[in-house]
Design a protein around this ligand. Structure first.
Ligand code: 5GP
Ligand code: ZN
Length: 115
């Protein structure tokens, strides 16, 4: 936990969020400023600053996050149509919140350009 981290505050319930999924290690909630009709953030509850700052052993949570993403896609009914997963890492990628998060985007036909 990092006292000044927005997503740690969401995990603790200090900042309200619209939760989509939760277990002991992972939380998923709707993005406050959705880029697509469905825009969910999937995060580890452990405060990992970014993909680049992952420590040995922490990679296990990544595969679990992908499993959860598939479960959410199935439950919300967009698994068939498709979805996009994005992780911004560092300044050039425009990472704004320093707590590892996976953007799960769906609900619209997306273009093939990333930037
Ligand atoms: P980044 O640019 O770091 O990859 O993405 C951060 C994301 O977090 C943005 O899409 C932004 O809208 C979202 N976000 C930032 N603050 C909050 C918040 O307090 N609540 C929720 N639900 N989303 C947030
Ligand atoms: Zn955090």
């Amino acid at each position: 936990m990092d006292e000044n981290c927005t997503f740690c505050k969401i995990i603790k319930g200090e900042i309200p969020s619209s939760k989509v999924y939760e277990d002991e290690e992972i939380l998923a909630f709707n993005d406050i400023n959705p880029a697509t009709p469905i825009h969910i953030l999937v995060i580890p509850k452990k405060h990992i600053k970014s993909l680049a700052e992952m420590k040995d052993g922490e990679e296990k949570i990544i595969s679990k996050i992908y499993k959860v993403i598939n479960e959410i896609a199935e439950k919300q009914g967009f698994k068939e149509k498709g979805y996009r997963v994005i992780v911004n890492c560092g300044k050039d990628a425009g990472q704004e919140v320093g707590h590892l998060h996976f953007h799960l985007l769906a609900g619209i036909k997306m273009g093939d350009k990333i930037v």
